[in-house]
Design a protein around this ligand. Structure first.
Ligand SMILES: Cc1cc2nc3c(=O)[nH]c(=O)nc-3n(C[C@H](O)[C@H](O)[C@H](O)COP(=O)(O)OP(=O)(O)OC[C@H]3O[C@@H](n4cnc5c(N)ncnc54)[C@H](O)[C@@H]3O)c2cc1C
Length: 578
């Protein structure tokens, strides 16, 4: 399989475009995180991931995680060696507070580094990803005692974390969960119930596993209003920090999956396990959303990471494979127009997606840390608007671009030997977990669009329009881009107006029926906007202008078709007998 080459220049440019430099300039705690320092760190992390983690990717797929029958799960031998080196390297600590042993860098730096580990091995990266989400929930809601006990070891990577939400009858509808938490009378609780599909629920990489579990206390209200969040360690922790008794929980089995074979997906049984409340009783959904929002952006990043691998492998193959006569005279298939269409589609969508993901990540940092309350509030609106787009569009692109990689290889793409199928099989889950993409679209129109009667969306569109004026001012070379953006943003504004009016009139069915095409229309417009914004910069990479031209003329037109579908209403869907 192709060796992974971290796209360091691309990452650095996306950070610049996302206004990353504002963090060091405007937030005193991040004054040390200037772009040079950060890109230097990312380069070092990239070299580490390519050398230490990427070589384990194939083992993850072919050996996979195995349930060995007595409540034990073993991962491929190369995983343990690589994980120990990763924990030792300190890269896991980068975005966390120094107080708990973290590196004190902005979250967006840690997020940019996630691309590197995910591209190296997506199945492996899920362990650190869920630990990251759990750590954020701890930081936001856990007591000081719980933080002191767990955070330093989770941040260093000594222990891993999990997220236990799903039960057989409670998937998307988390409020239907029935796992019970009964007070023990000493401040702890006894948790009983079964959770399914728990990523890295059991494994052999760390001595302890810190489960975050959603459960109901006696008398809790029904639905999501009656959910509480608990920490349930695999081994209880003694006062001196050493590991104590084994807690009453176990893995019952692991799933056989299409992909991410190296990531154990566990059925977990809690049998009166000792648990500690995180935050307040019945307020678990708030804490869960802290985990989910981080995880949703990271899952969007999985789409990017596998697109990068797919594009690298596709280009390499296209430069080697000789077949037919190409109009450009090149000896290999890279000279065929349709092959180039596939490669440029992968590349343009990958670059646009990275711009969007890192923009979102920088907005999250501004929302959490900026000294000005108004800046924090607007950044919170923007990031919560962009997160479902990043998750849904990012993962759809991951599936599209890895599928193109298979297509690019012809028949060889369909055989396992080339390794092309692994990226596609691995990334397929990303559109399903952390809220299916349909649920992301429902969130986009149901929770995010109505903010301030739609003004939040419309103000963002007005900001996007400033790029049109800049493109006009930049002369003839940018005139075509400016015209196309003007037309497309106009349609997007009308579509947004239709969605707002239809929602205000109480026709939720039509709004939900149009939610996925509406989100996709926004995604394409955001991608076209960011590539054009990038191309206008003096320090733009050589191909940014060509990528913007391709995206705007060949991919953006689909946004108009999505707008038509978004405003078609819900009736047709129910008129068909199923
Ligand atoms: C490999 C893997 C790893 C996972 N890891 C974890 C984990 O670590 N922790 C954890 O708690 N869970 C985990 N999950 C569970 C995952 O988050 C759920 O599978 C997912 O949320 C969907 O729930 P479900 O499978 O019950 O599908 P359902 O909720 O039954 O959905 C079925 C279909 O109906 C649609 N649908 C359902 N409700 C709505 C709605 N309200 N609006 C629109 N469409 C709707 C869905 O989009 C989907 O197409 C994992 C799953 C897998 C396969």
């Amino acid at each position: 399989m192709t060796d992974y080459r971290p796209p360091l220049d691309d990452i650095a440019f996306s950070l610049k475009l996302a206004d990353f430099e504002r963090l060091a300039a405007e937030i005193p705690d991040f004054a040390h995180a200037d772009l040079d320092t950060v890109t230097g760190l990312i380069a070092e992390a990239g070299a580490f991931m390519a050398e230490v983690i990427a070589p384990t990717n194939r083992d993850g797929d072919t050996i996979g995680a195995r349930f060995v029958g007595d409540g034990t799960v073993v991962t491929p031998p190369s995983f343990k060696v690589a994980y120990d080196k990763l924990a030792e390297s300190g890269w896991l600590t980068v975005p966390f507070p120094e107080q708990y042993g973290g590196g004190g860098f902005p979250g967006s730096v840690g997020f940019a580094m996630q691309e590197l580990v995910q591209s190296s091995n997506m199945a492996f990266s899920l362990g650190p990803l869920l630990t990251h989400g759990s750590t954020d929930a701890f930081l936001a809601y856990a007591s000081e005692e719980l933080k002191d006990t767990y955070l330093p070891r989770m941040i260093s990577g000594e222990w891993m974390g999990t997220m236990n939400l799903t039960e057989p009858q409670a998937g998307t509808d988390v409020g239907a969960l029935t796992t019970k938490a009964v007070p023990n009378g000493d401040g702890t609780y006894a948790i009983s119930g079964q959770k399914i599909f728990i990523t890295w629920g059991e494994h052999d990489l760390t001595d302890n596993i810190v489960h975050l579990v959603l459960a109901r206390v006696p008398g809790a209200p029904e639905g999501t209003k009656g959910i509480s969040l608990f920490v349930v360690p695999k081994f209880l922790v003694n006062e001196d920090g050493s590991l104590g008794e084994r807690n009453r929980l176990q893995v019952l089995s692991i799933e056989e999956k299409i992909g991410i074979h190296g990531s154990p997906t566990c059925v977990m049984s809690f049998e009166g396990a000792t648990a500690y409340l995180v935050g307040e009783e019945n307020k678990g959904m708030r804490a869960m959303f802290v985990m989910m929002n981080v995880a949703r952006l990271s899952v969007g990043m999985q789409g990017l990471s596998q697109s990068v691998r797919a594009n690298q492998q596709s280009i390499e193959y296209a430069k080697e494979r000789v077949q037919g006569t190409t109009p450009s005279g090149e000896a290999t298939i890279i000279g065929h127009p349709d092959v180039r269409r596939m490669l440029v589609t992968q590349r343009a969508t990958t670059v646009a997606l990275r711009h969007l993901l890192l923009l979102n990540a920088v907005q999250i940092d501004l929302a959490h840390h900026h000294p000005d309350e108004a800046v924090r509030a607007r950044a919170e609106e923007v990031s919560s608007m962009l997160t479902p787009v990043c998750k849904s569009w990012g993962t759809d692109l991951g599936i599209q671009n890895t599928s193109i990689n298979i297509q690019m290889h012809g028949g060889s793409g369909y055989v396992e030997e080339t390794g092309a199928s692994q990226f596609w099989r691995d990334v397929r889950i990303s559109a399903i977990y952390e809220g299916t993409n349909g649920v992301q679209a429902a969130d986009f129109v149901g929770r995010k669009m109505p903010v301030r009667g739609g003004q939040s969306f419309l103000e963002f569109l007005a900001e996007m329009r400033t790029t049109i004026s800049e493109a006009r001012a930049a002369g003839e070379r940018f005139a075509g881009l400016a015209d196309a953006l003007e037309r497309s943003f106009g349609v997007l504004e009308q579509t947004t107006g239709w969605m707002l009016r239809t929602g205000a009139a109480g026709d939720a069915t039509s709004v939900l029926a149009g939610s996925v095409p509406f989100l996709n229309a926004w995604a394409l417009n955001l991608g076209a906007w960011l590539l054009t914004k990038g191309a206008l910069r003096e320090d733009a990479p050589a191909d940014e202008y060509a990528l913007a031209q391709f995206f705007v003329s060949q991919l953006l037109p689909e946004a108009q078709a999505f707008a038509a579908a978004a405003t078609a209403g819900g009736e047709q869907l129910y008129a068909v007998e199923l």
